[in-house]
Design a protein around this ligand. Structure first.
Ligand code: DQB
Ligand code: GRF
Length: 204
């Protein structure tokens, strides 16, 4: 399977996907063929270049509408014959038409245990809520933000004195395993999203 990864920043999740997909022993059943960023000069682009993966920058400021930006990304993904899209620290909300084109073939990783703490600053939300555990969620992408069917979740403890940064760091240590795990399952057909029932179907 051919994978396209959308990023906006540091790309630590992208790096985890690169390391696993480029390691034959991981048996991921997929390869990253293109990385698209909506921001230029971000660390994630350097990570892709170091790994020999083609990169594209699509600046959302170059487009009159959200849909036009999304379709510019879509045409790159089509050209590269991408089968699965991964949102790895991608910080733009995607429009309905784009999500419908990729429904059941697009994954996101969120730094909290959905359905809790949707949206941005999830780590801050967890700290303010006073919960004692948090973690990350790998899910299919639906138009309704952070609401898609959940594939993988991993938990971390929240410790006294944690800040947004210390918690984000601890969550990232489990993200690096969670995202490749979720991608591998989808790439190998272990699980798929039944588009009519919106339910996950597991092949046991
Ligand atoms: N339709 C759809 N698209 C998404 C795009 C990105 C992410 C990643 N997680 C994200 C979740 C929330 C945001 C957000 O609220 N950003 C501030 C507004 C930025 C903007 O104006 O675009 C960004 C990424 C998830 C989704 C999703 O679940 N569904
Ligand atoms: N999706 C969220 O965006 C953050 C930044 O990711 P990255 O750019 O370092 O991969 C990560 O914490 C991830 O959960």
């Amino acid at each position: 399977k051919r994978v396209g990864v959308l990023i906006s920043g540091s790309g630590t999740n992208l790096q985890a996907l690169i390391d696993k997909t480029q390691d034959p022993a991981s048996n991921m059943g997929c390869e990253i063929v293109v990385v698209i960023s909506n921001k230029k000069d971000v660390e994630g682009l350097k990570r892709a270049e170091r790994a020999g993966i083609p990169t594209k920058v699509v600046s959302h400021t170059d487009f009159k509408s959200r849909e036009e930006f999304d379709m510019a990304c879509h045409s790159i993904l089509e050209t590269e014959r991408v089968d699965i899209v991964c949102l790895a620290g991608f910080m733009r909300i995607l429009s309905g038409p784009f999500v419908r084109l990729w429904r059941g073939r697009m994954l996101n990783i969120h730094p909290a245990l959905l359905p809790l703490f949707k949206g941005t600053h999830a780590q801050k939300q967890a700290l303010e809520a006073g919960v004692r555990i948090s973690g990350c969620t790998v899910h299919f992408v639906e138009e309704d933000v952070d609401a898609g069917a959940i594939l993988v979740q991993k938990i971390v403890p929240i410790k006294h004195g944690d800040t947004e940064e210390t918690l984000q760091e601890r969550i990232k240590t489990v993200e690096r395993d969670a995202f490749p795990e979720g991608l591998k399952m989808v790439a190998n057909g272990v699980v798929y999203l039944d588009l009519s029932t919106n339910r996950l179907v597991w092949r046991d």
